[in-house]
Design a protein around this ligand. Structure first.
Ligand SMILES: [Mg+2]
Length: 273
């Protein structure tokens, strides 16, 4: 580290301090990015989401420049990689339960999750699928996480009610429930979130300057992980970037060091690195 950097960075706001480090000592920097709503604009159907090619190109450049680039998604790790389309970066899928290592191409999964694979799917099979189709609830199969979407449902109120009823049943059976933007996820009752995987990746890498960019509640866990790492001296700079949208949760706005305007704002930020 150049003389005086530590002092000068501490006087800068996190955004300026992280960007300065990314220019001066890029191999000391980690960049974590959520995918949907952050790199890919939110669309009615998760299957239709796309990461713009210029964003993929910038990520390819940054993966060579920075110490680490990682995409952290609720999607399965392989699906996140398919969507982002960049080799050489880490993909943490299923909110951190899966890790796709770019050097091996292998997906590493928490073993305790395997035991919950079938029960989660069996529960979802008990929901009235004809009724789901009638009101417009869509089931997204994320392997051992099952997501019920009501974005764009033909009968939105009925769709949301159907999801709430399913939520009550899932809670009774001990599954973990997670709320996102017009989506409810039924998960194994095992503690994993984006913050846990981000914390693990930062500690393993020993990188000193970490930034996280995200748009939703699940990303706040990652914000908190970075702040905790900084408080414990594991990070020199922790930068939390929120992505604004009409549905941006208040806690995301409250916890972010800075907000950018939608995926287009993320694109502009990436160009500055
Ligand atoms: Mg998102």
């Amino acid at each position: 580290m150049p003389d005086g950097r530590e002092t000068s960075n501490q006087q800068l706001a996190p955004l300026e301090a992280w960007l300065a480090a990314a220019h001066e000592t890029p191999k000391d920097c980690a960049l974590f990015l959520d995918v949907d709503g952050t790199l890919a604009p939110v669309v009615e159907r998760a299957d239709d989401a796309r990461v713009p090619t210029d964003v993929s190109r910038i990520l390819g450049r940054l993966s060579a420049k920075l110490g680490m680039v990682a995409c952290v998604s609720g999607r399965a790790a392989a699906d996140a990689k398919r969507l982002v389309g960049v080799g050489g970066i880490v993909y943490a899928g299923a909110h951190g339960a899966e890790l796709l290592d770019p050097s091996t191409g292998e997906v590493e999964r928490a073993p305790e999750l395997e035991a919950w694979h079938k029960p989660v799917r069996d529960f979802v099979a008990t929901i009235d699928h004809a009724e789901m189709r009638r009101v417009g609830v869509r089931l997204e199969d994320k392997d051992f996480i099952q997501a019920l979407h009501w974005r764009g449902a033909e009968l939105e109120e009925e769709a949301e009610q159907l999801v709430r009823d399913a939520e009550a049943g899932a809670r009774d059976l001990g599954f973990e429930i997670h709320h996102g933007r017009k989506v409810l996820e039924i998960r194994p009752p095992i503690h994993f979130n984006k913050g846990i995987v981000v914390s693990r990746l930062v500690k393993q890498s020993g990188l000193q300057y970490a930034a996280y960019v995200g748009d939703d509640n699940t990303d706040v866990d990652a914000f908190e992980a970075l702040l905790e790492l900084r408080a414990h001296g594991d990070l020199e700079v922790a930068l939390c970037v929120g992505v604004s949208s009409e549905e941006a949760p208040q806690q995301l706005v409250d916890r972010a060091d800075t907000m950018v305007e939608g995926p287009a704002g993320v694109n502009r930020l990436l160009q500055e690195i």
